[in-house]
Design a protein around this ligand. Structure first.
Ligand code: MLT
Length: 321
């Protein structure tokens, strides 16, 4: 009997401590880990949303880039940090795909994180260096099919969106390119602009500003439908790659064990950001959008995350080249 009373007392004390922690949270700056190099789309989304959340929470969300190994180094850093709400992760499809592609991760992807909320979703854009000899998208697809390894395709590490897109393109075109890994599409984009690589799939978030600046050429979008912000670009399906449909998404995570009250507070601050007209306008300008209201809770994020782990497990069958 005494044992049970002690257990109940301990549980009550933990709960009270959790609520007290949540009430005062955050009392100092919060570290927001971006698991890719600076200057890429994850960094851009983190800074945009993080700035608004900092205002709402009254403490700075400090963006820290921890790139490498397709985002798994940054994810590992968050997974092993204290579950107190002071270290968060912004991650996308690669967090789910990594569970299949990296068998020796130091964390269990499905259970190591507390999903806070989904942020944005949108297509990728198939880009080439400016002087790549393909006057139109159909010619590019033809060249990519025929030239295979002569074409260098940059990506942000195995399991990143840009890598998964390249893998899906190889499959759809029944060929193999020369794949070049970077710590993020930020540095890969620099090399595409410099002409050191030929092709890259990049999220519209960072592609559109480059297309507007005329630094690279845009050829097609990876979604099933054309993008409002890049209406002139055909879909890969229109170009004959049957069924090609790849849309990416970002979400915010804390380490598992973070008090639910802290997760809820972070989700509420995230919603303020995602309802801010200035952010919505910026999202629209760079071809990305928020999720519908009924998919914005931590539980809805968790459901999508768990489903995506399974989807990529089936799609990649344990490996991707
Ligand atoms: C990045 O920020 O570099 C990207 O999100 C990487 C990618 O997944 O392509």
């Amino acid at each position: 009997m005494q044992y049970f009373l002690r257990v109940i007392a301990t549980a009550a004390a933990t709960l009270t401590a959790g609520i007290a922690t949540a009430q005062d949270y955050p009392e100092r700056p919060v570290n927001l880990v971006v698991p890719f190099a600076a200057g890429g789309p994850s960094d851009a989304i983190a800074r945009l949303v993080g700035q608004s959340m900092s205002g709402t929470l009254g403490q700075q969300l400090v963006v820290e880039s921890v790139g490498g190994a397709g985002g798994t180094l940054g994810a590992a850093r968050v997974a092993r940090s204290d579950p107190d709400g002071y270290t968060l992760l912004i991650a996308h499809v690669s967090l789910a795909a990594g569970a299949t592609l990296y068998p020796n991760l130091t964390y269990d992807t499905a259970t190591a994180f507390a999903p806070i909320g989904l942020i944005n979703q949108g297509p990728m854009v198939l880009l080439t260096r400016k002087d790549f000899d393909a006057p139109d998208a159909a010619t590019l697809i033809q060249k990519m099919k025929e030239s295979g390894e002569e074409i260098s395709v940059g990506h942000a590490g195995v399991g990143s969106n840009s890598h998964l897109c390249a893998v899906l393109l190889q499959k759809a075109m029944d060929t193999k390119f020369t794949l070049a890994a970077y710590q993020g599409t930020g540095p890969a984009m620099n090399d595409l602009m410099a002409g050191a690589i030929d092709v890259m799939c990049d999220q519209s978030t960072t592609s559109i500003p480059q297309l507007e600046g005329g630094t690279v050429k845009g050829h097609a979008v990876t979604s099933a439908d054309r993008m409002e912000a890049l209406k002139d670009l055909p879909t890969l399906q229109e170009l004959g790659l049957d069924g090609f449909d790849f849309t990416i998404w970002h979400g915010l995570y804390a380490p598992v064990g973070t008090p639910p009250q802290v997760v809820d507070k972070l989700n509420a601050a995230l919603q303020v950001a995602l309802d801010d007209q200035k952010i919505l306008d910026r999202f629209a300008a760079v071809g990305t959008s928020t999720f519908p209201a009924d998919q914005r809770s931590p539980a809805a994020h968790d459901a999508k995350f768990q489903a995506e782990i399974k989807t990529w497990q089936q799609a990649l069958g344990g490996k991707a080249e």
